[in-house]
Design a protein around this ligand. Structure first.
Ligand SMILES: [Zn+2]
Length: 420
């Protein structure tokens, strides 16, 4: 009897604990574009201690993508002011081999130098007596390939000084752990690069959409996001079918009219979608020819990604007038250009669908977390219990998001967050 009672208690407690954790995870992942994002330690934990395979890159996206090292900002001339922003690396733990295409193999960006210092410590601790050997860093213009980050001192090529190729896969992993923003295990060496200083120093602190982003109300008029109110019905898409429908704004996860944020501008021939880098939009990776595009949208191929992961050539979903009618439909449009820009003000409306159309392009209401469907599922409480969205026309962050983020840093695995 007593044992039965104890077993019941234990089972109940275990179930309660599991239910509590599940609810918490669900709640925490509801955070939309929340200022702060994951902390600085993220990259360190991102790497697993397994070697990279030859040809592998981390993260597995193009080097010039904003979520990796970011686009080239132009080659640095030896007589330009930017050249003097580069530092000379005199780390005695590192072997520098001056190649004929280097002016000075020790010259690199400060961020690159910092990562190399960390990597040299990892190398020493992993293989005592072995050193890091750098044979390419900053390269002068005549030897630069267009777009190469070596021309900006943001990339280095290296091996270990014992030339033991069995170590190279591990060396690449150590470079990831050391905080390089993009690492590639090339044929016979490791290439690693970092973001530009101004980019990495101005990490996005949250936001979502700029205040002058336009949304369409049910009566057909458009309104700036800065003038949108809780209770307004705006044009969204059904997240299951991709069909257009109107959906109520149930709260603002964040309203920051005066603060500055870094935005990603994702351009197609027809629209420009502007959103913060950790906010999510939907893309289709396949290439579609014009005939398929005109036959309608393939919503099944829609994949949520963070704005910083968008690449030229991917298709986004946009609003388009239907032929010879006054109605609209969703079509796909390829990304032709990506830029980033600092703007003042950011707004994060939450609709019952969890989607919205901003400036004629489909976006998610969520950001920061890596699972868009989970984020939407987690908003069930907010949609059900009004007390969770009280006073959400006020400026600032929704109160429960604020409290939950503090808890989140201690509980959730960092892999649930964007590569910020
Ligand atoms: Zn290289």
């Amino acid at each position: 009897m007593l044992i039965d009672h104890l077993l019941t208690m234990l089972t109940t407690k275990a179930l309660q604990l599991r239910a509590s954790v599940a609810c918490l995870v669900l709640f925490l992942s509801t955070l939309a574009c929340y200022p702060g994002g994951p902390g600085k330690g993220y990259r360190k934990n991102y790497a697993r201690v397994i070697p990279l395979r030859r040809g592998e890159r981390v993260p597995d996206i193009s080097e010039g993508t904003i979520a990796a090292s970011g686009p080239s900002q132009g080659a640095i001339d030896v007589d330009s002011p930017r050249y003097y922003e580069l530092v000379e690396n005199f780390n005695s733990e590192i072997i520098f081999v001056n190649g004929h295409r280097n002016v000075n193999v020790r010259r690199m960006s400060k961020r690159c130098q910092d990562r190399l210092m960390m990597l040299s410590i990892y190398v020493r601790n992993t293989w005592p007596g072995v050193h890091l050997r750098i044979f390419r860093s900053y390269q002068v213009k005549p030897f630069c390939k267009p777009g190469s980050l070596h021309c900006e001192g943001r990339a280095v090529d290296f091996t270990t000084d014992d030339s033991d190729t069995r170590k190279y896969g591990y060396l690449a992993r150590l470079a990831v752990q050391a905080g390089f923003d993009w690492v590639h295990y090339d044929t016979n060496h490791i290439h690693a690069s970092v973001r530009a200083a101004e980019d990495s120093d101005n990490k996005v602190k949250g936001g979502c959409f700029p205040g002058n982003g336009k949304v369409q109300l049910q009566n057909g008029t458009t309104v700036d996001l800065s003038a949108l109110s809780v209770g307004d019905n705006i044009l969204t898409v059904n997240r299951l079918t991709g069909k257009l429908l109107h959906s109520k704004v149930i709260s603002f996860m964040d309203k920051q009219p005066t603060r500055k944020f870094e935005f990603v501008k994702i351009k197609t021939d027809k629209v420009t979608l502007t959103l913060t880098r950790s906010h999510m939009l939907f893309v289709a990776n396949h290439s579609f020819n014009d005939s398929i595009l005109h036959e309608g949208v393939n919503w099944d191929s829609a994949k949520p990604i963070h704005a910083s992961e968008a690449e030229i050539g991917q298709h986004i979903f946009i609003l388009s007038p239907k032929n010879s009618t006054k109605s609209f439909e969703i079509v796909m449009s390829p990304i032709s250009d990506i830029q980033y820009k600092t703007l003042r003000g950011a707004f994060a409306p939450l609709t019952t669908q969890g989607t919205l159309l901003v400036d004629g392009a489909v976006a998610s209401c969520y950001g920061v977390v890596n699972s868009e469907p989970l984020a939407h599922a987690a908003f069930f409480p907010a949609r059900t219990f009004k007390f969770l969205t009280i006073n959400t026309n006020k400026n600032g962050i929704l109160w429960y998001a604020d409290i939950l983020l503090l808890t989140m840093r201690y509980i959730l695995p960092k892999s649930l967050f964007s590569l910020m």
